[in-house]
Design a protein around this ligand. Sequence first.
Ligand code: DON
Length: 562
Amino acid sequence: MMRIITSLFILLVFASGHTEPRHAAGIASAHPVATAAGFEILEAGGNAFDAAVAVSATLAVVEPYSSGLGGGGFWLLQQADKDEAVMIDGRETAPLQAHEKMYQDEKGNVIPGLSMDGALAAGIPGEPAALAHIAKKYGRLPLSASLAPAIRAAREGFRVTPHYQRMARFRLQALRASKAASAVFLYRDEVPHEDYIIKQPDLARTLEAMAAHGAAGFYQGEVGKKLIAATGKAGGIWTAEDLQSYAIKERKPVTGSWYDYRITSAAPPSSGGIAIIEMLNMLENDGLRSLTGVARKHLLIEAMRRAYRDRAEYLGDPDFVDVPLERLTGKGYARSLRETIAPSRATPSRELKPAAPIPEGRHTTHFSILDDEGNRVAATLSINYPFGSGFMVEGAGILLNDEMDDFSAKPGTPNAYGLVGAQANAIAPGKRMLSSMSPTFVEGPDRLVILGTPGGSRIITMVLQGILAATDGQSASRIVTQPRFHHQYLPDVVQFETQAFTVGEVLGLQRMGHKLKQLRERYGNMQVVILDKARHSVSAASDPRGEGLAQVKKISRKADSP
Ligand code: DON
C-alpha cells in the first residue's frame, strides 16, 4: 500500500503594492526537504533557477533512489521576460568505449542484468554539468549558496520512510553488491528500519568540491579520479576523456497547441514532447472537452497506441539520428493517423506497421517551480531504476545511474524484458539514450501550469492526461490525483488504475476489442504549480501517490535581489 504522507493544496491571493504584478512563489517536489531547500534559496535572494539547483541537489541527497549527481535529466526553464523556454539537456551519454553489442554474449543474446546492475550499466552523468550551467547562466547566486542546503542534508542525514524501504528492498541485491552503497544505504546489509538516519559525508564533500570548482569539481580533480578508478575496478569502461568531454546541450523545446493553450515540452533525446504533441494533434477536432465515457477513452487509447509506435521506430538522440520532428508534430501527419482510428473498434497493435517500444525503469523524480517574478522551471531527473545501478563510487558518495538500459540493447530483437527497440536508439559512443521524461509548461490566456512526473514509459500518457485536465480548468490537486490509464502500442494492453474506468466503461471498451489490465498499484508522482493569471494567485499540488510536498509562499527576501 502506498502510504500518503503529504498532499498539500494551498491557494493564496496576495494584493500587490508593486507596480509590477507580483504573486507568491510555488514549489512542488517529491520530497519535503527538497521543497524547503528551494524556498530557502528564494528567500536568500535567488530566483527560480537558483531554487531549481537547490531542489535538484537536495533531491540527489534525500531521494537517492530517484535521481542524483551520478545521473541526469531535463530542466525546462523560462525567464519571466521571455516568450520562449529553453531545455537544458543533462542526459547521460554512452561512454566512448561503448558499442552496440556491449550487453550481448558471443552468440548475440542479451545478457540479463548487465545494462541494469553495476558500473557497466552507467552512462556518463549529466546532472553536475547541468547544475553548474543553470547556476552560472540563469541564476543569481553562486553555486556555493544554492548547493548549501544539499550539503547540509547530506551531512545531517535524512529519515528512512516506508517508500525508501520499498525501493531499497526492490534493489537489495544490487546495493549489496557494492560495498560503498551498502554502507550508506543499508544497515548491516539489510533494509534499514523506518526513521533510521542516512548520512552521506562523502557526498557532502563532493558537493563541496562542486561548490568550490563548479562542474570541474565533479568531472576532474579528486572526484573525477575516484570515478574513473572505481568504475574501472568494477568492470566499467569510463575514461578521463569521457568525463572531461561531457557537455550539456541547450535545446529548443517541442511546442504545440491545444485549444487556447500553448504546450511546451521536452525535445529529443526525450520522446515525451513529440509524442504528447502528436497525440493532441490527432484529437484536435474531436471535441474532446465535451466527450465523456467510452468514446473519450477509446480515442485517447488509440492516439496513445499510434504515438508510441512512432516513438519506437523514429526516436533517438537527435545528434546521432535524423528525428523527423517536423513531420511527427505536424497537423497533416496527425490527420492521416486520425483517419486510421475506427470509431468503435480497437485497432490491434499488430495491424499497425511494426515497430517496438523501449524498456523503462521504475523510479525518477520531477519538480515544478514558479518564483514570485514569474520565472519558471519544470525538471524531470533520473538515475533510471531505483538506486540506479546500485553501484556507489567509494569515497565520492556518488551512486551511478543505469541509464544505459534506456538504449535498446539489441535493436530489432527482444531484450531482457521481452521488449524490442529500434536502430534509432541503438548504443553508440557519446550518444544519449532515448528518454520519456517530459517536463512541461501549459500556458493559456487564463493560466500557466507547470507539470511533470516520473514513471518510465507511462510518463508521457500521464503528462497528456495532466494537460487535458489542466486545460479543462481543473485544480492542481485534481490534476495530480486523477486516476490514470496507459497504452504504449506494445504490449497491446490498456493498463489502468482502479478508479480510471467505471464498470460500464470497462465493458464498453472490452466490447470494442480493447484488452484491459487493472493495476494493483497506483503509479506516478506528479508535481504541479499553477499561476492564475487574472487573480495573480498561485496554487500547487504534490501527487498523493508519493511523499512529496507542494507549497505556496509569499517570499520575504532576506537580501534584496542582487
Ligand atoms: O529517461 C527515462 O525515460 C527513464 N530513465 C525514466 C525512468 C522512470 O521514470 C522511472 N520511474 N518511475
